[in-house]
Write a protein that binds this ligand. Structure first.
Ligand SMILES: [Zn+2]
Ligand SMILES: [Zn+2]
Length: 91
C-alpha cells in the first residue's frame, strides 16, 4: 500500500507521523514547515469546494496533487468545466 501523503501547506512529503485522532485519521507533522495536519483532511476539501463558474453546480475533486487540486463540474460530460485550485498561493 503506497500513499501519497503530503503537507497541505508546502507539499513536502518529509513527514513525521505521530499518532491517530479519535476517529482514526492519522496525525502528521511536516518536517519542512512544521505544519501539523491530519490525513485524510476531508473537511478542508469540502469547505473549499468551488461551484462551477459556468452552470453553478458544485464541483467534485477530480485530481489531487498537493498543493494543486483539480475540480470537475458535477454535470460532466454535459458541462466540461474544470477548475484548478493552487493552495500554496493562498497561504
Ligand atoms: Zn510543510
Ligand atoms: Zn458546470
Amino acid at each position: 500500500m503506497k500513499e501519497d501523503i503530503r503537507c497541505p501547506k508546502c507539499g513536502s512529503d518529509a513527514l513525521y507521523r505521530y499518532g491517530k485522532t479519535h476517529n482514526g485519521r492519522r496525525r502528521f507533522l511536516c518536517l519542512v514547515c512544521n505544519r501539523q495536519f491530519v490525513w485524510p483532511s476531508v473537511k478542508a476539501e469540502v469547505a473549499e469546494r468551488p461551484n462551477c463558474p459556468k452552470c453553478g453546480a458544485p464541483m467534485h475533486v477530480y485530481m489531487r496533487h498537493a498543493p494543486v487540486i483539480r475540480y470537475r463540474c458535477r454535470n460532466y460530460p454535459k458541462c466540461r468545466t474544470f477548475v484548478k485550485v493552487d493552495k500554496s498561493k493562498k497561504e
